[in-house]
Design a binder for this molecule. Structure first.
Ligand SMILES: Nc1nc2c(c(=O)[nH]1)N[C@H]1C(S)=C(S)[C@@H](COP(=O)(O)OP(=O)(O)OC[C@H]3O[C@@H](n4cnc5c(=O)[nH]c(N)nc54)[C@H](O)[C@@H]3O)O[C@H]1N2
Ligand SMILES: Nc1nc2c(c(=O)[nH]1)N[C@H]1C(S)=C(S)[C@@H](COP(=O)(O)OP(=O)(O)OC[C@H]3O[C@@H](n4cnc5c(=O)[nH]c(N)nc54)[C@H](O)[C@@H]3O)O[C@H]1N2
Ligand SMILES: [Mo]
Length: 743
């Protein structure tokens, strides 16, 4: 159906669009109407006709006018004058910026090789489609780095799914693929939805629109919450498993123990489509509910009850969150969760888990641009040899290995950094940001692309390139980066602020100067036409008129030969089946079956340290008012959340003499950070939760302050290289600390 995407109304106009960061928005492409008057964004309104978000918007999109026209926004290219860290800049033209960048890039490539350039990228936003091509096809380097220790976001879940199911991202079925949504005759509402370390109302993660949970609850779905905190959704849950942080894998194995031993599994699915069931059955005998209760703090009766519910309710959809990724034992957790879904017959059925292909559309193109690099250059990708599992699944460097390379100059020295979408010395995209901060000083030339001056930009940028928000440029929103394209949405440019250029514009313009064969397009529209037409049969303008395109969905693809490249029935894995025992893990020297491993630091694994640091710290649960380090300067949002909050149980706080609103330090053997105490019984007395992503745009920009970035830097407490055997997962959600009042 065609819709007007731009409408004129007495001197004003409105533009219909789908949002994607910046500023903070994951690819759920929330639908909205942007109202423009006299060249300014004056109002944002939810688009009731958008089939996914249906008019609902969160406070970050509603406050977009404030963000877009903020007095501190950088809207012209800038060149550093004076020393790094002084925050002194001179406005330059784009031509001058390109001349400087091209000259430096070519000189560095000639003198030291293209591999001495590194691109840093952040979370799953629009930039994710473009920072790989920026590295591979524009700059010509094999080193694109997502710097979070253990690649602890999303990548692990994608990799595990790739190894175990041979598929793209396994998203729970919220009828998003269908234009008629929940009314589609094939669709079934899940009886139970398990939220495993995930709070989608606040996080709207990747391809899932959080409010769909409420839609499904209204249609009868019940919630099971696996979370050490009681969050808003857990209070509405039928069952709460309030576990010890970081012990999730033991819980998953305990659930499997009950499901298998009580013979509650789907025999037909297991016999036909699973590999390694007998081995898994033997393994789970090590995890009887009594033992699992001891490890996890979850009562054994509860484990048995919930296991039976998961197995008997048809369908049950398990939605896994960051708790899988930010855990060194997370590969095993992801494996066990997929095993639960598989053996209970919930894979690729209505209301269960939907499966996409490994990649389509722009998601496919972005990694295929690596064909611009010679094999010899690709071999030089940092950490690829040391971490084959990670480097097979993800076309990046290994993050922890990259920090080592920066610190040691081995196997070669990195010379140039391009900070595309990662403000990573704030407590966001790195563990031990203080170490990164020191190590990054060795880079000779840096480019930063962003909307605001950030601590990372002040510390490192030589050239600052201004970035438009999603309201200011054309783009294509694609859920799960094509790993499960629930829908494809049009992002429409509504107006302009200054001289900002989007990530794809920068890729094309730089590409044309450095590697023109790879960048034949003369406009972004031409580029999007080429991306959409061959696979979908329509062009960018058609997409604008549709608003969003939902492809429909075919269930039980494994039965129909739709998952494998050879067209045979089955899964796209080595054995052609769901690998309950993984042939790839075995090849990489890892246990082929899921197992539980204690967190590196815990009352069990390090009892002596636990005497000094008696509390378990988990971090980073999302709030409505910020996207990681973004939005701290937006007054409406800052008014709602003025300070970083640490949650602590009232009994624990009383023992420590801490009252509501006191500023406290959290400290451990790696670092310390200051946050404000909030006393709440929703957290276990032995656990505290800290906010992440805090810096203070109102504090001095210049070093040593860097907008107060070291004051509440919770990631200084998270160590580097405490990761799983395959290279994934760091302890952002379970580490030890002590808490005390600041003077
Ligand atoms: N302690 C703790 N730390 C965590 C986490 C946690 O749970 N606990 N979560 C981690 C997770 S899951 C992630 S993904 C990381 C996120 O880490 P990052 O992705 O680094 O975090 P952000 O602050 O959202 O983004 C960094 C910068 O990118 C800019 N930006 C936004 N959109 C775009 C865009 O489209 N293009 C470009 N070029 N720039 C853009 C923003 O303005 C911002 O300055 O943080 C991690 N850090
Ligand atoms: N508003 C907003 N939205 C965001 C972001 C943002 O910064 N702001 N970031 C985006 C990004 S990059 C990501 S990756 C997603 C993440 O989104 P989610 O996957 O939903 O992750 P979180 O919000 O970090 O945590 C979800 C829940 O996990 C619980 N948890 C903590 N430790 C553990 C544990 O050890 N085990 C279990 N089972 N649960 C635990 C927390 O208490 C929390 O309630 O959100 C995205 N959306
Ligand atoms: Mo993330």
């Amino acid at each position: 159906m065609k819709k007007e995407w731009k409408e004129q109304q007495n001197g004003c106009y409105t533009v219909r669009t789908c949002g994607w960061s910046p500023p903070g928005d994951h690819p759920v492409g929330c639908g909205m109407k942007l109202h423009i008057k006299d060249g300014r964004l004056v109002k944002v309104e939810g688009d009731a006709e958008h089939p996914i978000s249906q008019g609902r918007l969160c406070v970050r999109c509603l406050s977009l006018p404030e963000y877009v026209h903020h007095p501190q926004r950088i809207t012209h290219p800038m060149k550093r004058v004076g020393e790094r860290g002084e925050n002194k800049w001179q406005q330059i033209s784009w031509d001058e910026a390109w001349d400087i960048i091209v000259e430096k890039t070519n000189a560095i490539k000639k003198n030291y090789g293209a591999e001495s350039i590194i691109v840093f990228g952040g979370t799953g936003r629009e930039a994710c489609l473009y920072y790989y091509p920026l590295g591979f096809a524009s700059l010509g380097t094999p080193n694109v780095c997502y710097p979070l220790s253990g690649w602890s976001c999303y990548g692990p879940r994608c990799a595990i799914t790739d190894y175990i199911l041979g598929a793209g991202y396994p998203e729970i079925d919220f009828a998003g693929h269908f234009p008629d949504r929940y009314d589609n005759p094939e669709y079934k509402v899940p009886e139970y939805i398990v939220l495993w370390g995930k709070m989608p109302l606040m996080s709207n993660p990747d391809g899932f629109y959080g409010h769909s949970l409420i839609d499904m609850m209204k249609r009868g779905a019940k919630i099971i919450s696996v979370d050490p905190r009681i969050n808003w959704l857990s209070t509405r849950a039928a069952h709460r498993l309030q576990l010890r942080p970081g012990t999730d894998t033991a819980l998953a194995l305990g659930l499997l123990h009950v499901i298998i031993n009580e013979d509650l599994y789907d025999h037909e699915f297991v016999d036909k489509w699973c590999y390694g069931f007998d081995e898994l059955k033997e393994r789970v005998q090590e995890y009887p509910p009594e033992r699992v209760e001891e490890i996890t703090w979850v009562k054994k009766e509860k484990i048995v009850e919930v296991a039976r519910l998961i197995a008997k309710s048809k369908p049950t959809a398990i939605q896994w969150g960051l708790a899988v990724d930010e855990n060194p034992n997370g590969v095993q957790l992801g494996h066990a969760i997929l095993a639960i879904s598989a053996i209970t017959g919930n894979l690729d059925v209505p209301g269960g888990i939907t499966l996409g292909p490994p990649a389509t559309l722009l998601g496919k193109w972005r990694v295929e641009t690596r064909s611009e690099l010679s094999e010899e250059l690709w071999e030089k990708r940092i950490g690829a040899k040391e971490w084959p599992a990670l480097s097979m699944a993800l076309a990046t460097t290994h993050p922890d290995e990259t920090l080592d390379t920066l610190e040691t100059g081995k196997p070669y020295k990195l010379r140039m950094g391009w900070f595309n979408s990662s403000n990573f010395i704030t407590p966001t995209n790195s563990a031990q940001p203080d170490r990164w901060y020191r190590a990054l000083k060795s880079l000779e030339f840096n480019v930063v692309q962003d909307c605001f001056m950030t601590p990372t930009a002040v510390a490192f940028a030589d050239i600052f390139l201004p970035l438009p928000t999603f309201a200011e440029h054309d783009g294509v929103v694609i859920t799960h980066f094509g790993r499960n394209a629930i829908f494809v949405g049009a992002m429409n440019k509504a107006f302009e602020v200054g001289e900002c250029k989007s990530d794809i514009e920068v890729c094309i313009e730089l590409g044309k100067r450095l590697n023109p064969e790879a960048w034949p397009w003369n406009s972004v529209e031409e580029f999007f036409d080429d991306q959409l037409k061959p696979e979908l049969g329509f062009d960018f303008n058609d997409l604008r008129e549709m608003g969003i395109y939902q492809p429909g969905y075919t269930y039980r693809k494994h039965e129909k030969g739709l998952l494998r490249a050879d067209g045979e029935p089955g899964f796209n894995t080595v054995t052609g089946k769901v690998e309950l025992s993984s042939t790839l893990f075995e090849m990489w020297g890892e246990d082929p079956l899921p197992y539980y491993k204690e967190p590196f630091y815990s009352p069990v694994s390090t009892p002596e340290l636990a005497k000094e640091y008696p509390l378990i710290l988990t971090t980073g649960a999302r709030t409505f008012t910020s996207f990681h380090s973004e939005h701290r300067q937006i007054s409406t949002l800052r008014e709602i959340t003025p300070d970083p909050i640490m949650e602590i149980h009232p009994d624990t706080a009383a023992n420590l003499g801490i009252k509501e609103g006191d500023w406290v330090y959290m400290e451990n053997m790696f670092g310390k950070a200051k946050e404000k105490a909030h006393l709440t019984p929703t957290i276990h007395p032995k656990v505290v939760h800290a906010a992440h992503g805090w810096w203070y745009p109102e504090k001095p920009a210049a070093e040593p302050s860097l907008f107060g970035v070291w004051e509440s830097n919770i990631n200084t407490l998270i160590p580097h290289k405490h990761i799983g055997k395959l290279g994934f997962g760091a302890p952002f959600k379970s580490i030890l600390c002590k808490v005390y009042k600041t003077e």
